[in-house]
Design a protein around this ligand. Structure first.
Ligand code: NAD
Length: 286
């Protein structure tokens, strides 16, 4: 049976460390770190994520400057909000909760974030720092994966790693971080011809496709480290819904060396990295 990579416990440990750091720094700086999560509309999943992020902020001592805007908010109004937060000296991090309603252009808005406050690491300046291997604000989910591997002393250097998913939010920055850690990275996406052939080569397999049970037992090399980033809500025949990842957990767990649960794996690590990015940005500013 695989060892569980407990993202929840690791995230709690990181939050405790951040809380102590903030207590020390805030006394000297005269203010706590500040994070603004901007949410537009009523996407129920986003509401849960935003609430979790704000609760986590409160736990560690980060002030929340979040705003929940109506669905009808225009591009100009949202751009104006971002400009205000860019200029607000109490705010160290700004996060635009995605997805946005269809009439809004998320990419154009992300470009308007002050890169030094872009705690999601999605601004081209921060993605550029990542490509160059420079320090900076890094995409929270892949950063959370790297941190979890490090906390469990799982070596990455020289390994064959496979990332399933190539989004700008998860898959691409994940591949860059695994490359930076000197593994041999392959990236699969929706047009990949023989996914199973590729995933079976992985000593470390990271899956971020958004498709329940995409990864079955026969697609995993025995003894592999399996990181499941996926978050999918599925409903059973009784109408009860629950969250599952992209990996068929019960089938893969017996043959993997390590595996992340869903929930309780990469989700809490993502929130911990968001808080860490906010504190990093604060430290650069004070
Ligand atoms: P996305 O839809 O933007 O990208 C999905 C990627 O997976 C694409 O590159 C696509 O080509 C690839 N893909 C889809 N189906 C595939 C298949 N059958 N075979 C191979 N590749 C396939 O999604 P995203 O934003 O990258 O998120 C991916 C998943 O991770 C979702 O379930 C999302 O909810 C989850 N997620 C979790 C966290 C977290 O904190 N744990 C954070 C972000 C996203």
């Amino acid at each position: 049976m695989a060892n569980l990579l407990d993202g929840k416990a690791t995230a709690e440990k990181i939050q405790a460390e951040l809380k102590a750091t903030i207590q020390t720094l805030a006394t000297k700086a005269g203010r706590p770190p500040g994070l603004a999560v901007l949410m537009v509309g009523d996407n129920p999943a986003s509401e849960v994520y935003v609430r979790n992020k704000e609760k986590a902020c409160t736990r560690v001592g980060i002030a929340s400057f979040g705003q929940h805007l109506p669905t009808a908010t225009t591009q100009t109004e949202l751009a104006e909000k971002i400009r205000g937060l860019n200029q607000n000296s109490q705010v160290d991090g700004i996060l635009l909760q995605l997805p946005l309603p269809n009439h809004l252009d998320a990419i154009a808005l992300l470009h308007q974030l002050d890169p030094s406050k872009d705690v999601d690491g999605l601004h081209p300046v921060n993605l550029g720092h990542l490509v160059r291997g420079e320090p900076g604000l890094r995409s929270c989910t892949p950063a959370g994966v790297m941190r979890l591997l490090a906390d469990y002393d799982i070596p990455v250097e020289g390994k064959d790693t496979v990332v399933v998913g190539a989004s700008i939010l998860v898959g691409k920055p994940m591949a860059l971080m695994l490359l930076e850690a000197e593994s041999t990275v392959s990236v699969a996406h929706i047009k990949t011809q023989n996914l199973a052939k590729l995933t079976r080569e992985a000593e470390i397999l990271v899956v971020a496709a958004g498709y329940p049970k995409l990864i079955t037992q026969d697609m995993v090399k025995p003894g592999a480290v399996v990181i499941d980033v996926g978050i999918n809500r599925i409903t059973n025949y009784e109408g009860k819904s629950r969250i599952v990842g992209d990996v068929d957990f019960s089938a893969v767990e017996p043959i993997a060396q390590y595996i992340t649960p869903v929930p309780g794996g990469i989700g809490p690590m993502t929130v911990a990295m968001l808080l860490q990015n906010t504190v990093w940005s604060y430290q650069q500013r004070i």
